[in-house]
Ligand binder design. Structure first.
Ligand SMILES: Nc1ncnc2c1ncn2[C@@H]1O[C@H](COP(=O)(O)OP(=O)(O)OP(=O)(O)O)[C@@H](O)[C@H]1O
Ligand SMILES: [Mg+2]
Length: 406
């Protein structure tokens, strides 16, 4: 079957407030019938890209066509031909499921008869028929997500955009949503573009995955091809102390048959947090400004910050740019040709330095490893990391109208 590009993106860029380049000159195409995924950490630019394609947000530069319609020249046709499920829930919980769908159908100008028929049909697809007349406030998280997907499909779009379809859902509900997405794609011929920061979701669902980091595409291929770029096995070493991992890193990197040895932070976000606090203090902190509560760990209350906001920004930039995060790693991932063959030698080398390993793992490269190799970081760690703190802080300041030096 001949491949038809349903989405063509050319040099798309979005800069916020003249400062934050959220999407940085990206170009790609999506074929009709694909499930195409954007994989990236918080703040990578996934939602911004989707919003530009859905004509909700104007690009600073570049262009795109969706279903053959240009986003600049024919935004109305683009909007009519797509369905969109937003990252943040937008259901009216004081209405029933059916009423939410009906409201949407009216917005799209469907007649009463069309609305009734399509709503009945689409409720079947997402298996919500028996709960359709209950108030949405009585729905579970998974049911709400299904209803939002149903709403996105009501006007039979050829393309459905799903922004973080399973964010915050439990594994079982996530699986069920995956099944619906696949069914829509295979049985109803809907091209699907989704964003996620769950590597297993991207791996399971997507025909092709685009890894996006700091607004740039850093990889784009099928899950299998992405994993195949890392030939061999991954040996994961966990040390008891950061100092031990730091000492071993250059030694392991010297070994001929080690393709790469990469420090992996994370398991230990407390350590990352405390090294940041220490750094803040050394820059003259002492009460004053407080950081907002952070999502990803830390645990021990708000760190005390330098009084001067410019200094905070500077410290965060230093942490971000000079690998402050990495100073707290206790894990090293080694890419080797054959883990079972090399493992004894690796253990011997560590032993020779007088260090005892806490644990060892052996795995085939996963998408997590691909992400690590193309970005230098693990996607999970990013969720609560200094980098995302820095980004949130920057956004907060901008929202308050403050200037943030780049
Ligand atoms: N309206 C806005 N004004 C200023 N900055 C913004 C705005 N929207 C997004 N940004 C910034 O643009 C960058 C990309 O944000 P975006 O929401 O596209 O990321 P994302 O990949 O969807 O992240 P997440 O996984 O957290 O949803 C971030 O640095 C964010 O702070
Ligand atoms: Mg987003």
């Amino acid at each position: 079957m001949k491949k038809i590009s349903i989405i063509e993106v050319k040099e798309l860029t979005r800069v916020f407030n003249g400062e934050v380049t959220a999407v940085d000159n990206i170009s790609f195409t999506v074929e009709e019938g694909e499930i195409f995924g954007f994989l990236g950490p918080n703040g990578a630019g996934k939602t911004t890209t989707l919003n530009m394609l859905a004509t909700i947000l104007r690009p600073t530069n570049g262009t795109a066509s969706v279903n053959g319609f240009d986003i600049h020249e024919d935004p109305d046709s683009v909007r009519r031909s797509i369905g969109f499920v937003f990252q943040d829930p937008t259901l009216d919980i004081e209405l029933t499921g059916r009423e939410n769908l009906d409201f949407h159908g009216r917005l799209y100008g469907l007649s009463k008869k069309e609305r009734e028929e399509r709503i009945a049909e689409i409720l079947e697809v997402v298996q919500l028929t028996d709960r359709a007349d209950a108030y949405v406030k009585t729905y579970s998280g998974g049911m709400k997500r299904r209803l939002e997907i149903a709403r996105g499909l009501l006007h039979y779009p050829k393309v459905l955009f799903l922004d973080e379809p399973t964010l915050g859902l439990d594994p079982q509900t996530r699986r069920a949503i995956w099944d619906y997405i696949q069914k829509l794609n295979q049985e109803h011929n809907v091209t699907i573009i989704l964003t996620t920061h769950y590597t297993e979701e991207a791996d399971h669902l997507c025909d092709r995955i685009q890894i996006i980091d700091f607004g740039k595409i850093v990889a784009l291929d099928t899950p299998d091809n992405l994993k195949a770029t890392l030939e061999g096995d991954i040996v994961g070493l966990t040390f008891k102390e950061t100092a031990e991992a730091q000492k071993m890193l250059p030694i392991l990197n010297e070994i001929d048959w080690v393709n790469s040895a990469i420090p992996v932070s994370g398991e230990n976000s407390q350590a990352g947090m405390s090294s940041m606090i220490q750094m803040m203090r050394s820059m003259g902190g002492g009460g004053g400004e407080m950081m907002p509560a952070m999502g990803g760990g830390g645990g021990g209350g708000h760190p005390s910050m330098p009084k001067d906001p410019e200094k905070i920004t500077e410290a965060m930039k230093m942490m971000a740019e000079h690998g402050g995060l990495m100073r707290s790693f206790r894990n090293i991932h080694l890419l080797v040709d054959d883990a079972s063959k090399r493992l004894p030698e690796i253990i011997k080398r560590v032993d020779k330095v007088g260090i005892e390993l806490a644990s060892v793992t052996m795995n085939k490269p996963s998408l997590d490893d691909v992400f690590l190799s193309v970005t230098g970081r693990r996607i999970r760690d990013e969720q609560g990391s200094m980098m995302s703190m820095f980004r949130r802080f920057r956004t907060m300041r901008q929202a308050r109208g403050g200037r943030t030096p780049r």
